[in-house]
Design a binder for this molecule. Sequence first.
Ligand code: SAH
Length: 313
Amino acid sequence: MTEAPKRFPLTLAALVDAKSKTSGLRTTRIVATPQTATRNAASDSAKSPSTNNPYIPAPKKPQGFNPAPSAVSAGKSSPAKSLPVTNLGSRHLTEDRPTPLVSEGVRKAMVARIAKQGVRDVSVLAAMEAVPRHMFVEPGLASQAYIDASLPIGQHQTISQPYIVARMIEVMRDNQHGGVLNRVLEIGTGCGYQAAVLSLVAKEVYSIERIKPLHELARTNLRPLRVANIRLHYGDGMLGLPQAAPFDGIILAAAGLEVPQALLDQMAIGGRLVAPVGSRQQVLQLIQRISKFEWTSTTLEDCHFVPLRAGTV
Ligand code: SAH
């Protein structure tokens, strides 16, 4: 049944084991090479033919793992707002949450756009296609859930833009273990969306939120999806989660002026941390832990995130 892999809860094996490398990323020691998504897309398409990516329309038939065969035609989908929900997750919508007017086609179109912007990792694209983003925004904003923008989630915070969510996870997965991630940590749960995407590409996901009502919102949003491998924590993510460390991957969903040392210390050797860094001008940074006392840093592209703040509220 071709629909099966697109439903929540998913069998992790279907996505975690899929081998796909991000072809565009070149890491260097302490190098600043700002990239825009567009440039990134251009260089990626130059480097790797799109023939093995089901999300990029290609002349040849895609081979091997193909989590979403219909996504090739995603570009044709129109974001028809009048379509009823027939997609994954709709089975699990809670009674008190009105069914938003979104269609699976709209989500596929979102994923096709993300692929066009340069995200190549099919496991990440499949995870983006699997998570019902509209269930993480207020019902009033559900019709906008699949546009490529951040949206308000209350408490002056936002759900991150889909492209950047996908991009960060792609960068984190581009590791020496063919994308296998046992334990990952997210700082800034917000509404829980990125944690849900992460749950499809990592065996265990830990996510910390410092604002109590958002921590609870994420719990509420994730409950109907019955994701078994996410642990939500309320606390200051700048301190990390030493009791669960080391982490193969760490993602910060909020920007600090620098990456807290506690998080660097909680990375596994060979682990990858992806974080926005800066205040008004921010860049996405990849930090890799080379050895017990050695880390490398690569600047990837411009980005815009809410600020990383200390303490809890
Ligand atoms: N991951 C979310 C994005 C949420 S926005 C998504 O899926 O869209 C970033 C979140 O980081 C906000 O909710 C903010 O409260 C939180 N945050 C900021 N500083 C933090 C800290 N020190 N510890 C934990 N969360 C933090």
